[in-house]
Design a protein around this ligand. Sequence first.
Ligand SMILES: [Zn+2]
Ligand SMILES: [Zn+2]
Length: 251
Amino acid sequence: MHFSALPTLIMSRIPSQCAVCRSWPSTPVCHACMARFGQPRRRCRTCALELPEQVTTPATQPQRTQCSRCLRQPFGLDACFAALPYAFPWSELVSRYKFDNQTGWASFMASTLLRQPAVRDFLSQLTPQDWLLPLPLSAERLAWRGFNQAWELTRALQRQSACRARADTSLLLRIRHTRPQSELKRSARLDNLRDAFGVAPLRAAELTGRRVVLVDDVMTSGASLLTAASVLRQAGARHVGAVVLTRTAPT
Ligand SMILES: [Zn+2]
Ligand SMILES: [Zn+2]
């Protein structure tokens, strides 16, 4: 190893330093950086896209809760929550920790989501018969990466909230290895995912009439979540929502 790589490596191993500005002492991201980059924003309740700033409306007019796209055409998720924009510094941090399993980061992801009362309410409504399911990686990608960041987030959400739903990694499966979605144009993404997900053989009955919340670290077009949601509905799930750490901006 070259010596110049050492300070960065050592710093990245110390959980009590801000990963953005390197200031001490703090949890993975310090209060100042959270205040600067992590303010909650109003988002569409079904696709979690940021909603435009509300022009002052008369008090009699209800606030819009959905984006114009979801109002035109139902999105395929019953509810969707995101905590942070998939932009600097969050996109870099998500990538950095994708290959570096740190419990401090999972706990940070969960607590950032749970700062939102709507997320806490949503998760607390689930019963012990409902499911909290990480978006699965293919066996190939899991073997290469070593762990699934979405599963670490799922477990941290369960630990830190009043959520009573069961968390499981073997109910929803990635049955086909696909090219990374980021390499593909939007139109090719759904095709790439056809038959990518499946419910574990003989376990569909466990989904009948249940609510499912999918958990992931990044949501871009939403194609993976929508494909997984449709597989879960076909298996009998009654309500499918999603909780994601980061969401890309509207295009
Ligand atoms: Zn900081
Ligand atoms: Zn929407």
